[in-house]
Write a new protein. Structure first.
Length: 66
């Protein structure tokens, strides 16, 4: 039923976006999407670091084991 988008479909979607938002708003929309993606990547990778730090801190050091 669904297939990958070809160049014709992408051009139609771009034309619809231009009609809805106008040419002046496209840079603002692109910037907002870029910030959102960067924030998502930062949080996604930051969560892994927090888990790794907790695992490392759970292991006692030589000084703590005495």
């Amino acid at each position: 039923m669904f297939r990958s988008f070809g160049p014709t479909e992408l051009l139609i979607i771009l034309a619809i976006v231009l009609v809805i938002f106008g040419v002046g708003k496209l840079p603002q929309i692109g910037g907002a999407m870029g910030k959102a993606i960067r924030g998502f990547r930062k949080e996604a990778s930051g969560g892994d670091e927090e888990v790794a730090e907790k695992k490392v801190s759970a292991v006692p050091t030589k000084e703590e084991s005495k």
